[in-house]
Design a protein around this ligand. Structure first.
Ligand code: GRF
Length: 186
């Protein structure tokens, strides 16, 4: 049984949640930052920080073949828990089964509201008074696994998707580190 406090973070882009997880690490250690996009902005920061990084372009590769490669790298780093942080790729059933109950994701809505993309635009369109973010366990069903924690933020008059995204993102950075720490030390 691997130590759940050894965490791999999977990113595809900016990586602001990954940075928050690294900077707020308490009760866990980020031992690998991996990406399916070699040009992901977050990788540069992780490398400068001296973290182990790995990337491979996933486009054009059969889904499970890619997932088997990333899984082997994760295993080689003796990882116990995987934190998805803006990983814009749906994982194969094989990968989810292999890492069952050990993959977490952060999603920018108050699930079960607004699974999938464009969450902020959808919250504004629905005239919601409150928006937020959720951390959940990853299962085969998109954004539908067990909820581990949520944070609410107000929707303010005049909000655009961009302004709401910024407010929710700040809440994501606080929530994810706290929930991950609780999850791996439970
Ligand atoms: C975040 O809003 C996260 O909730 C969603 O994708 C975005 C990633 O942003 N899954 P970042 O790469 O962590 O900055």
């Amino acid at each position: 049984m691997r130590d759940p406090r050894r965490v791999a973070v999977l990113i595809s882009g900016r990586g602001s949640n990954m940075r928050a997880l690294v900077e707020k690490a308490d009760g866990y250690e980020i031992v690998l930052v991996a990406s399916n996009k070699p040009d992901a902005e977050g990788l540069v920061w992780a490398e400068q920080r001296g973290l182990h990084t790995w990337s491979l372009e996933s486009k054009g590769q059969p889904k499970e073949a890619f997932d088997r490669q990333i899984s082997a790298i994760i295993e080689a780093h003796d990882v116990g828990t995987i934190a998805l942080a803006g990983f814009m790729r749906i994982l194969s059933r094989w990968f989810v089964a292999e890492w069952r109950e050990r993959i977490l994701n952060i999603h920018p809505s108050l699930l079960p509201k607004y699974p999938g993309l464009d969450t902020h635009a959808r919250a504004l369109e629905a005239k919601d008074a409150v928006a937020g973010c959720s951390v959940h366990v990853v299962t085969d069903e998109l954004d539908a696994g067990q909820l581990l924690g949520q944070a609410e933020v107000p929707v303010l008059p005049g909000d655009t998707s961009q302004s709401l995204e910024q407010r929710v993102l700040a809440a994501e950075h606080q929530l994810y580190a706290r929930v991950l720490s609780e999850f791996v030390n439970r």
